[in-house]
Ligand binder design. Structure first.
Ligand code: ADP
Ligand code: NI
Length: 214
């Protein structure tokens, strides 16, 4: 591992100390590994991919009073201190700013391959068994209900509505998790997502079968 990557790992571990279990260092580590796996199948700048994967949740607005600029500030200061060149810094900051699911309506059209790779990796970690675990953990963290038969999923929420949503954890599957498979950017990402998507469908079948005891 080169020095800059190693120092970035240290920074992220420090900053995410005590984070909610779905957005902690281990989420970052999984996204980093998945990004490297997908990067092998694409023509891309690996340094940009790795730095973006490591820094993408360094200060998630939902845990910082909605502040959308903090992550960019921390990342820029850190990368400058590591003497990373300006062109790379700008590419990494662009990815951090545009990777999020809730910003998908606002993102520019022609996205760089490095963003597509890290976005696929982040989305893959949101689905499958890990995705289910993270989602129930986050729902518990917010004290949301697991499920309520009268509360229907809300599709087409605006960014503001999505952020404020206190819906149930099961609704989050329909509002986000089950949509991710068709939003994958890369061939490798799609392949991994298919399997995890199917696992969530099986989980939901079982969940409802157990909920609706005759
Ligand atoms: P992004 O980080 O791409 O903007 P989100 O912040 O929407 O994505 O969500 C990241 C993860 O946090 C989700 O994949 C899910 O596990 C969890 N999460 C976010 N919102 C909810 C919610 N309303 N209920 C349950 N889990 C949620
Ligand atoms: Ni993430």
């Amino acid at each position: 591992m080169n020095n800059i990557i190693e120092n970035t790992v240290q920074l992220v571990k420090e900053k995410l100390e005590g984070a909610e279990a779905g957005h902690d260092w281990f989420h970052i580590e999984r996204v980093w590994k998945l990004s490297k796996k997908i990067a092998k199948t694409e023509d891309c700048n690996l340094e940009v991919v790795e730095l973006s994967a490591l820094l993408h949740d360094i200060a998630d607005p939902k845990f910082h009073d909605g502040d959308e600029s903090l992550a960019l500030k921390i990342s820029r200061e850190f990368l400058e201190s590591q003497k990373v060149n300006e062109e790379i810094i700008e590419q990494v900051l662009f990815i951090i700013q545009n990777i999020s699911f809730k910003n998908r309506g606002e993102a520019p059209k022609d996205l760089p391959i490095e963003l597509k790779i890290v976005q696929d990796a982040d989305r893959i970690d949101a689905i499958g068994a890990i995705g289910i675990g993270r989602t129930f953990n986050f729902g518990g963290f917010k004290n949301n209900l697991m499920y309520h038969p009268d509360l229907k999923p809300q599709l087409n929420m605006s960014k503001e509505e999505y952020k404020k949503s206190n819906g149930t954890t099961i609704n989050h599957f329909y509002e986000k998790l089950l949509l991710l498979k068709d939003l994958m950017n890369t061939k490798e990402g799609k392949k991994i997502a298919e399997k995890r998507h199917q696992f969530m469908l099986n989980f939901l079948d079982q969940f409802f079968a157990e909920w609706n005891v005759d």
